[in-house]
Ligand binder design. Structure first.
Ligand code: WTA
Length: 652
C-alpha cells in the first residue's frame, strides 16, 4: 500500500498544503516542475508530442493556426476517435484487456465486462446498423440513453462513422430533447425502454416519444433494458437488439479531418435557450487523452470510475473517450448512490477494485451527511487517486474526501473546466502537486491563462478577477456554437478580444500561481454539479399561463452548492396556494426536468424594477442571500424590497 501523502504545513496561517509522496512521484507520468516552463514556452510542441501517441491516418501538416473564432489544431491531419479508443489497443495486442465494466443498479443483476475486442465488435455492428438506417458522415445523431453500456457503444459508433452525436441527459424532459433535436437536425435517435433508478424501473421511451414529435427525427432505435412494455411506432421505431443482430462486425473507422465535428453538446448559457457546443476530432482527442493520462495518473489495467452521467461533458470525456484512449477500464454505474443503501458507491469501489474515483462536491457533501460508517464498511484501499469536478469544493468536503475516502493516501485532483473546454484545464498534477483544499491549482501544462480585471489587465496574487484562457488555445477548446457564431463571439470573445477566451468564472490565485475558482459571474448556476441558467428556469415557469412575471436567482445551498429561487407574480385574480406551487413545479419538470426545480417559489405582488422596467435581479439575489441590497435609488419601486424580504422568510 502506498505510504501516506506527505503532510506539510508551510505556514500555520495558511490552508494545509499536501505534496505528493516519493512513491507517487516515481510512478506517475510527470513529476518535474520544469514541465510547466517547457510546455508554456511552446504549447504547440507540447500538444504535438501528446498527439504523436495517438493514431493518425495522415499526420497533420501544421500544428496550430489562429484566426478570430476560427483557430485550428493539427491542420491536415486525419484521425478517428473510435479508432484511437479501440482499434489502437487491439493492434497493440491488448484486445483482451477489459475496456468497460457495467454495474447495473439492481444488485441481483450481474455486472457486465467487455474487453476491448468485444467493445470494438459491438461498436462496429452498431455503426453498420446506423449506416443501414441511413446515417451518413456529417449527420447529427441524437442519443437519449441512461447509464448502460449502449450509451458508450452508441457514442463510439457515431464518431466511428463520422456522424456527430448529440447526447441529451436522460433525466432531461421531452421538451429539452425536442429543442436539441430540432436545433441539430437529427434524423435518428437512440434511446431505451427504460432504466433503474432507486430500485424502480423508469420509462424513458415515453419521454423519447413525446420529444420526437414535431422534430426532424425519423428513426428511433430502442435499447431493451428493463423489458417494459413500450409502444413501438411502425416504420419509425426499431429495437437496438434487432438492428445489430445481423449487422456486420467489419466497420473501418472513417478518416476524419482533424477539424471535423465529432460531437455537439448542449449546455446552458445566459439565455433561456441552451447552446450547441461544437467539438472537433483531432484537438479534442489529444487533450482528452493527455489530461486523462496525466491528471488521473492513468495506466492500462486501472479501473477508472467517473460518476458523472454521459449526458454531461464530464461523462463524454472521462467515462468514454479519455479512459478508452488510454487503454484503461472505464466503469459505468447505472443507478443511484443510495440503492440498495447509502453504501453503494463504496461497495462498487470494493467490488471492482476501483483505482481512481472522479466525482462532484455535491456527491461528497451527501456522503458526509450519510455518515462515515458507510465508507468504513468497505475496503477502499484499491483507490490511488481522487478527482473532483463541476463546482467549487469547500474545505470540509475536501478534507473528508481526502481522509475518509482516500485514507490520507490519495492526492485530490480538483479539475476546473467547462463543456466549452472539452477537457480539464486547471488542476495540479498528481506527481507535482500541491493539493490544497478548495484550490484547483495551476493551468495544465500548455494551457495559458491568467486572472484579469474587467478591463483585461492581469491581476496580482490574491486579487479577485476573471479567469481567461489565451491563444494558442488548448486543442479541445470549442470551435463554436452550432448555428450561432455571432453568439459564440459575443459570449466568449467580446470581453477580452479574439485571443483571450472569457470563461465567465471568477477566480484568484496565490503567490505560487495556484488558482481558486470562486464561481460563475454570469446567470449560470451549478445546481448539484449540473449546469443551469436562471433564464432557463424563468422561461420554463413563464410557460404556465397562471404566471404573469417571473425572476429566478441562485442561492447558495449546503448540499447542492447552489439552488434556484423563483419570484413569481401570478395573473390578476389568481391567489397563491400550495396547489399552484405544485403546478409550477410540475411545469418546470415538464419543460426542463427535475434538475430545474426551484428550491423555493416566492409569490410576490411586485419585484424590484429599474425605471425602464428591467427586473433588478441583483437585488433579488442579495435578498435571498441575506446580503445588503445596496443602492436602490435607480428603482421605480423601492418599497417592493422590504415586502419581498418578508415574503422570502415566510414562504420557505
Ligand atoms: C464550474 C463541467 C470550481 C465552473 C466540467 C464552470 C468548477 C462550470 C469546477 C462548467 C471546479 C467546473 N471548481 N468550479 N473544479 N469545475 N466548475 O459546463 O463554474 O457543466 O464554468 O462543465 O462548472 O460547467 P460544465
Amino acid at each position: 500500500m502506498p505510504d501516506a501523502i506527505q503532510w506539510v504545513k508551510k505556514d500555520p496561517n495558511k490552508e494545509d498544503v499536501f505534496w505528493p509522496t516519493a512513491e507517487l512521484k516515481q510512478r506517475t507520468w510527470v513529476s518535474d516542475e520544469a514541465i510547466y516552463d517547457q510546455a508554456n514556452a511552446d504549447p504547440e510542441a507540447f500538444w504535438a508530442k501528446h498527439a504523436e501517441d495517438l493514431h493518425w491516418f495522415k499526420k497533420w501538416d501544421k500544428t496550430y493556426e489562429f484566426a478570430p473564432q476560427a483557430y485550428k489544431w493539427f491542420i491536415g491531419g486525419k484521425t478517428n476517435l473510435s479508432y484511437n479508443s479501440l482499434d489502437r489497443h487491439i493492434e497493440a495486442g491488448k484486445g483482451d484487456n477489459i475496456a468497460l465494466i457495467w454495474e447495473p443498479e439492481p444488485i441481483k443483476e450481474e455486472a457486465v465486462k467487455l474487453t476491448y475486442k468485444q467493445l470494438h465488435e459491438r461498436v462496429c455492428k452498431f455503426a453498420n446498423a446506423l449506416k443501414d438506417l441511413g446515417v451518413k458522415k456529417g449527420d447529427a445523431v441524437g442519443i437519449y440513453l441512461p447509464m448502460i453500456p449502449e450509451a458508450v457503444i452508441a457514442m463510439q459508433a457515431c464518431v466511428r462513422i463520422g456522424a456527430p452525436h448529440s447526447v441529451v441527459f436522460s433525466a432531461f424532459s421531452s421538451e429539452s430533447l425536442r429543442d436539441r433535436m430540432v436545433d441539430c437536425g437529427a434524423k435518428v435517435i437512440i434511446t431505451a425502454d427504460g432504466y433503474y433508478r432507486r430500485g424502480k424501473p423508469i420509462n424513458l421511451k415515453k419521454s423519447a416519444d413525446a420529444g420526437v414529435e414535431d422534430s426532424p427525427v425519423k428513426k428511433v432505435v430502442v435499447v431493451k433494458r428493463t423489458g417494459a412494455e413500450v409502444p413501438m411506432t411502425e416504420g419509425r421505431d426499431v429495437w437496438y437488439q434487432d438492428v445489430v443482430a445481423n449487422a456486420s462486425s467489419d466497420c473501418p473507422a472513417e478518416q476524419m479531418d482533424s477539424e471535423d465535428l465529432s460531437f455537439l453538446l448542449y449546455t446552458s448559457g445566459t439565455t433561456g435557450k441552451p447552446k450547441g457546443i461544437m467539438h472537433t476530432t483531432g484537438g479534442y482527442a489529444v487533450q482528452a487523452y493527455a489530461t486523462a493520462k496525466w491528471n488521473f495518473d492513468m495506466h492500462e489495467g486501472d479501473v477508472f470510475w467517473c460518476t458523472a452521467d454521459v449526458g454531461w461533458i464530464t461523462g463524454h470525456t472521462y467515462i468514454n473517450y479519455g479512459p478508452l484512449m488510454n487503454g484503461a477500464t472505464t466503469l459505468v454505474y447505472e443507478g443511484s448512490p443510495d440503492t440498495p443503501d447509502t453504501g453503494r458507491f463504496w461497495a462498487i469501489v470494493e467490488k471492482h477494485k476501483v483505482t481512481q474515483l472522479y466525482t462532484a462536491p455535491t456527491a461528497i457533501r451527501m456522503f458526509i451527511k450519510w455518515g462515515d460508517e458507510w465508507p468504513a464498511k468497505y475496503d477502499l484501499t484499491s483507490l490511488r487517486l481522487l478527482g473532483t469536478v463541476g463546482e467549487p469544493i469547500n474545505v470540509d468536503a475536501w478534507m473528508w474526501y481526502f481522509n475518509v475516502v482516500g485514507g490520507g493516501r490519495c492526492p485530490i485532483i480538483d479539475t476546473w473546466w467547462q463543456t466549452e473546454t472539452g477537457a480539464n484545464m486547471v488542476n495540479n498534477l498528481p506527481g507535482i502537486g500541491p493539493f490544497i483544499p478548495a484550490i484547483a491549482g495551476r493551468p495544465f501544462p500548455g494551457v495559458l491563462g491568467d486572472i484579469l480585471d474587467s478591463g483585461g489587465t492581469p491581476l496580482g496574487p490574491n486579487e479577485g478577477g476573471y479567469l481567461a484562457i489565451f491563444s494558442p488555445f488548448p486543442p479541445a477548446l470549442t470551435r463554436g456554437i452550432y448555428g450561432d457564431m455571432d453568439r459564440f463571439k459575443a459570449q466568449y470573445f467580446a470581453e477580452y478580444g479574439p485571443e483571450r477566451y472569457f470563461t465567465s468564472d471568477g477566480a484568484r490565485r496565490d503567490e505560487a500561481g495556484n488558482i481558486r475558482i470562486t464561481g460563475r459571474v454570469d446567470d449560470v448556476m451549478n445546481v448539484a454539479g449540473h449546469r443551469l441558467a436562471t433564464a432557463e428556469v424563468e422561461s420554463a415557469l413563464a410557460q404556465n399561463d397562471k404566471v404573469s412575471e417571473v425572476a429566478v436567482v441562485s442561492r447558495p445551498h449546503g448540499l447542492k452548492g447552489e439552488v434556484p429561487v423563483a419570484f413569481v407574480l401570478l395573473r390578476g385574480g389568481i391567489e397563491p396556494s400550495d396547489d399552484i406551487r405544485k403546478e409550477l413545479m410540475a411545469t418546470v419538470n415538464q419543460v426542463i426536468g427535475p434538475t430545474g426545480r426551484p428550491d423555493q417559489i416566492v409569490f410576490a405582488h411586485d419585484v424590484p424594477k429599474t425605471r425602464s422596467g428591467k427586473i433588478m435581479r441583483r437585488v433579488l439575489k442579495a435578498l435571498v442571500r441575506n446580503e445588503p441590497v445596496g443602492d436602490l435609488t435607480t428603482l421605480q419601486n423601492p418599497e417592493s424590497v422590504d415586502q419581498l424580504k418578508e415574503l422570502v422568510r415566510h414562504q420557505e
